[in-house]
Design a protein around this ligand. Sequence first.
Ligand code: MN
Length: 129
Amino acid sequence: MTKKVLIIEDNEQNMYLFSFLLEQNGYQVIQAENGHKGMTLAEDEQPDFILLDIQLPDMNGYEIAQKLRNNPQTTDIPIIAVTSYAMVGDREKTIESGCTGYIEKPINPDTFLSEIKRFIANTGPGGQG
Ligand code: MN
């Protein structure tokens, strides 16, 4: 079955690159360029997982992750933060806010998919629990 991924990212070049890599690997991609649209699409589309930028025009990714976790309709959807913040403590902050994992920008196109799969392998139907 085709897996559906929601990308919440305001940078056009990143959105293009992430979408390209995922579609090339057989994923169905849904795009949101801000937090509010992303949260609406997460509810309506029920994606298999979410790639979440932290710096967005209307709200930050930590806030989005917390809201998705507090919403019964989206609480089980894995969230992978993709962020250029490279400061000490940011990884902890993404996990505390409810993210499943964390990938640093600039992403490596050769390992992007395997990094994602590492975080979502144990979730959902067919996973290891
Ligand atoms: Mn951004």
